[in-house]
Every structure is written in C-alpha cells, then in structure tokens.
Ligand binder design. Structure first.
Ligand code: SAH
Length: 342
C-alpha cells in the first residue's frame, strides 16, 4: 500500500494478537489510513459449517474454504496442552493406501490466509485458559493434505504462528508432518525449522512404496539422509517418526527390529499410531498385545517410543480419518467416488 512498515506491525498485532478484524477498531491507525483500508481492503475468514464434539473433549470443525471445498481441523485438549491439527490442502494427491483423505483425491492448495485462518477461528471458538492464556499452545500440520507440497503458503502461515507480533509460538511447538518430500525437507530446514514429523510406516522400500506411494520417488535412504541433515545443529530436536500399526502388514517383530536398525543413528522419537478405520478400506488395527510387543522391542533398543492414543475417533477426527468435503476435480476422482458410492 506504500504505507510505513510500522503499520504492518500494528496490523499483525490487531489481527493475530487481539483478534480484531474490523479496521474501524484499529484505534492506533490515523483516520485517513482507516478510511482507506475500509474502502479498498477486506479481512475475512473461512466459514465454519460443521462442528462435532467427542466424548474425550476433542473437537472437530468443518471449515468451508470456497463453494466446492471444505477442510477439517481438530482441537485436541491434553492437560496443559491444547493442540490444533490444521489442514494444508483440500484433499491430498499422495494416495497412501491406509488414509481416508487419499480417497478423495486432490483438489487444491490452501492459501496462507486459509491456513492461518484455521488457527484464528479455533482460537476464537475456544474459551481462554484459567490463567488467561490462549487455548491453543501447539499446532500440528497434520490435517488434510501434504504440507510440503504447499510449501510457500504453509511456511508463510507458520511464520505468523511463530512471529512474536502475531501468535508468538516457539518453533518447537509447531510440528509439520510429511510423507517424505525429500527436497522440501532440506528447504524447510533453511526456511522455517519447526519440529519435523515423518510418516514412515515401514522399514523397507518394498513395503513402504505399497503404503506410501511417494516412496517410489523418494526412497527411504534419501529420506533418512534428509532427516539426519534436518536435525544437525538443532540440538534440542529429534525427528518424530510416525508408524501406523496395521494388523499383519507392518507390525511383526522383524519389522520392529528393522526399524530399530534403520533409525539407529538419527535422534528420533517413534510414535506408533494404531490404525483408525474408515469405510471402504480393508486394513485392520494391530491388536494391543502386538503394539505393546512392537513397542517393547524399540524401547529395549533404547528408543523413545510412545503409542499415540486415538483421540476423537468417535467423531472421525482421529489420524487418517479427516475427509472434509472435497469437490472432485478430475474425471478420475469423480469416477472413483462414483464407484465408492455404489
Ligand atoms: N501428509 C502428511 C500430513 C498428514 S499427518 C503426512 O503424511 O505426514 C496424518 C498422519 O496420520 C500421518 O502420519 C498419516 O500417515 C497418519 N494416518 C493416515 N491414515 C491413518 C489411519 N487410517 N490411521 C492412523 N493413522 C493414519
């Protein structure tokens, strides 16, 4: 706009710290600037079109981003911590065989505004904490979509999350999860080194390519190299490796041993995710005794390994269950949806 830079800083504070979207309420702007803003500019939010509350306190919202598309975001309260799981794309192009978002195909990238708008909305919908603090203490880019395939918008939105004038979250409280877009992991390290989670799910290329097809393009050895590079110099940090527990597919003792060999020299934390079922999919969740045995092997090998408690699965808000409402874009997707509906 050709205005002074300090006005941008004031604007950041109004919108993200104080939650003010009406230019008239931005009282430290001169009258002339306020009038100009009101005449030529607009601050608007995506619209909430659905809300569900789980028995465990998890909340899921359906957020409309345009006439054909809606994405889901999820708030997960956990003691002192309040985590918001944010979507980065309408649909997803990666086609992982065990994920319900994949079934919809890909429609489009979200803009930085649509991504940060999710945080703004969720913050405004949740009560403040008893100490007056904001309800959301952590953000995970683990909703619908592959965040590293929408790199510019996702990193701009994460900049706002971390900016002291906006949300002021420590970068380690922001986690980006990726299926393994290797070149973008290197770029992220330079551009915005937040906590990194990698959806690994298998210790060898043959199995991983079946579960996470993008592995054919970026195989495990390259992915591990990128992970090693990512943590170098980030002393506080470990990479979180996500591993979905699929009955009879990737959950044997031999898989656990192979995983332990693979991650031996990477500062890591392993998150076992019991598979969350969804319609038109034949995988089953590994039995609890199997998950415990698998975890035991990793613990004995010296790893930090936790089993992620499924949260919000009664409202289809758990990992891999987010579907939103994605407008089919290609005939291929339309055909597949037609098939699924019959
Ligand atoms: N595309 C990114 C962000 C999604 S994060 C990524 O792949 O990391 C969502 C996490 O839930 C990923 O680790 C994903 O592999 C996992 N997931 C997907 N479907 C699942 C399911 N049905 N049950 C459990 N976890 C699932």
């Amino acid at each position: 706009m050709g205005e002074k830079p300090f006005h941008a800083r004031q604007m950041l504070k109004w919108v993200h710290k104080h939650g003010v979207l009406d230019f008239a309420g931005m009282t430290d702007f001169g009258k002339k600037l306020r009038t100009r803003l009101q005449k030529d500019y607009e601050l608007s939010l995506p619209e909430i079109i659905g809300e569900r509350l789980s028995a465990d306190g998890t909340r899921k919202w359906l957020v409309r981003i345009d006439c054909g598309n809606a994405v889901e975001m999820v708030f997960i309260p956990d003691g002192e911590r309040g985590t918001l799981c944010v979507s980065s794309q309408a649909g997803c192009a990666l086609n992982c065989s065990f994920c319900s978002t994949a079934q919809q195909g890909f429609n489009r990238n979200l803009s930085a505004a649509e991504i940060i708008g999710q945080l703004w909305l969720a913050d405004s919908l949740m009560p403040r904490r008893e100490d007056g603090g904001r309800p959301i203490t952590n953000v995970v880019m683990m909703g619908m979509g592959e965040p590293l395939l929408n790199f510019d918008a996702v990193t701009s939105a994460m900049d706002l999350m971390a900016d002291a004038l906006a949300w002021g979250m420590a970068k380690r409280r922001i986690t980006l999860s990726t299926a393994g877009i290797v070149p973008k992991i290197y770029e992220l390290r330079e551009r915005c080194p937040v906590s990194l989670a990698v959806s690994l799910h298998a210790p060898d290329d043959a199995l991983r390519s079946e579960l996470v097809p993008v592995n054919k393009k970026y195989p495990i050895a390259e992915l591990m190299q990128a992970c090693r590079h990512y943590v170098q110099g980030l002393q506080r940090d470990r990479i979180t490796f996500e591993y979905v527990m699929l009955d009879g597919i990737n959950d044997s003792d031999a898989h656990a041993q192979a995983l332990s060999r693979l991650l031996r020299d990477i500062p890591s934390k392993i998150n076992l995710i019991p598979f969350n079922p969804f319609p038109h999919n034949s995988y089953k969740r590994s039995p609890q005794v199997r998950i415990d045995a698998f975890r035991g092997i990793l613990l004995r090998a010296g790893f930090i390994c936790i089993t992620r408690t499924p949260r919000g699965d009664d409202i289809d808000a758990a990992c891999g269950q987010l579907a939103g409402n994605v407008k089919p874009r290609s005939a291929r997707v339309a055909a597949r949806r037609g098939l699924l509906n019959t």
